[in-house]
Design a protein around this ligand. Structure first.
Ligand code: UD1
Length: 442
């Protein structure tokens, strides 16, 4: 076992842990992956230098950096300060390399930015975590409504526009990525775009904040949360300018650690937490028996679950679009529910087939019944057994780490590359809190 904090080392292949220790202490939450990715994509619209702070040190960001470089942007990293500057003054290349697009689904939002800046984008169908069907019809719908012409073949999407024009766009479903793509393309379109039923996730508001700081004119008014209405007054690219921007903290990483405390027991203070974005999560964590004290202004949150035996399942939980319980925390909740008393029926409402870790949890001794593709019933057991399990996607991988903390004996979670896509240093953070956990070299 290697005690390494070097999350960026390529040879690390597994995380190994011995369950049973409760978690205690304080950790700081990293910057948000899902906020940073579209904001980095947005920097391509801007003919100046943008400096991003609180950039998370994760492999999805490295992938986005490579994509930005491939367009001709010049990047400077200050990894130790979690800072990245992007100079997109001279970008020229609208064709994105398949290697990076195939590795990460969110690379599709570069289409909106490239169309806005260069009038053209050529990308392969995006990749990403294997969680059910992940079509991009709504992305293409938004771009087409703005005047883009789009050709697709089996593997590639080619979008072109002499001029993007503001439009009224109403999404049948509030897709996060499609909303971001549309905002990016509309920001420099001629005229005004009104989006209805846009996604309401905090990462959308953050993207608009960033663009407005850079000179865009985007209104998120009082009817945003009720109707998902966003009004974008397109500005000329020349009106956009470089800016400095701090990435918001990662609500999903914060939530993951909250469930880790529930599963392992203990008392942990989280710093740099977007408290207001975690209402639905705090609601479930409290109903499961933990005590939470949060200070929204200070961005700190304390989770206390001293007696593991007091942790009980809520009878029913379901995921949903923000502000409902996030699909990205469905697996961490599931792992935790395996060792809570009583039964939980858990429904996934956003992605199909997002229960890939059930098989692994069952191998660890969990009692989980698959009700159908999108629902499970969990009956809590006293203890899980340590095993070697495989992470097949990002959040599922983090959830297996949570299960390992609560299990008797040694658990090895392979393949960590999925977890590294979104968690800067999950083993380092948990070790700071007293867990016996390390990365393992190949
Ligand atoms: C983003 C997040 C992801 C999160 C998800 C839902 C990033 C990088 N990723 O993903 O972590 O789990 O939001 O909160 O921010 N859909 C379509 N057609 C489309 C687009 C989406 O049918 O064109 C469907 C998807 O298949 C899925 C649902 O809409 O069932 C939600 O997808 P969407 O909101 O677009 O999620 P992502 O942007 O991919």
């Amino acid at each position: 076992m290697v005690n390494s904090m070097a999350y960026d080392r390529q040879c690390i292949s597994s995380i190994c842990m011995e369950g049973g220790n409760s978690l205690r202490g304080k950790i700081c939450i990293q910057g948000s992956k899902n906020a940073a990715l579209p904001e980095l994509a947005a920097s391509l619209l801007i003919p100046g230098v943008c400096v991003f702070k609180n950039i998370p040190g994760i492999s999805d960001i490295e992938c986005m950096e490579n994509l930005l470089r491939s367009t001709g942007a010049y990047l400077e990293e200050r990894k130790e300060a979690y800072e990245l500057s992007v100079n997109a003054a001279d970008i020229r290349e609208y064709r994105l390399p398949a290697r990076y697009v195939g590795a990460m689904r969110s690379s599709v939002v570069l289409m909106g930015a490239l169309l806005g800046r260069l009038g053209e984008a050529l990308v392969d169908y995006p990749g990403g975590c294997v969680i059910g069907k992940r079509p991009i019809d709504l992305h293409l719908y938004g771009l087409e409504r703005l005047g883009a012409r789009i050709w697709t073949d089996k593997s590639r999407i080619h979008a072109y526009a002499d001029e993007l024009k503001g439009a009224a766009i109403s999404f049948p479903f509030p897709s996060v990525g499609a909303t971001q793509n549309t905002i990016l393309a509309a920001a420099t379109a001629r005229g005004t775009t009104v989006i209805k039923n846009a996604a309401r996730e905090p990462e959308i508001t953050a993207l608009c904040d960033f663009l407005n700081k850079a000179g865009a004119e985007i209104e998120i008014g009082g009817d945003f949360m009720a109707a998902g209405k966003i009004v974008i007054h397109g500005v000329d690219v020349s009106r956009l300018h470089g800016t400095e921007y701090e990435i918001i903290p990662d609500r999903i990483v914060a939530g993951t650690y909250m469930f880790a405390v529930l599963a392992a027991g203990g008392c942990v203070e989280l710093e740099n937490v977007p408290v207001a974005q975690l209402h639905s999560v705090c609601g479930i964590v409290e109903r499961m028996g933990a005590r939470i004290s949060a200070n929204e202004e200070a961005g700190s949150l304390m989770v206390e679950a001293e007696n593991k035996r007091d942790i009980k399942n809520v009878p029913f939980a379901e995921t949903g679009a923000y502000p409902a319980f996030p699909t990205d925390l469905q697996s961490p909740l599931l792992a935790c529910s395996c060792v809570a008393s009583g039964e939980l029926e858990l429904r996934e409402r956003i992605f199909s087939s997002r229960f890939k870790i059930v098989e692994e949890l069952v191998r660890m001794g969990a009692d989980i019944e698959l009700l159908d593709d999108d629902g499970v019933r969990v009956r809590g057991v006293k203890e899980l057994e340590g095993r070697t399990v495989i992470a097949r996607e990002l959040r599922g991988g983090a959830a297996l780490v949570i299960a390992g903390l609560a299990a008797k004996g040694i658990t090895t979670v392979a393949d960590v590359s999925y977890i590294k896509r979104g968690y800067q240093d999950i083993a380092g953070d948990l070790r700071k809190l007293g867990a016996r956990i390390s990365y393992v070299d190949e």
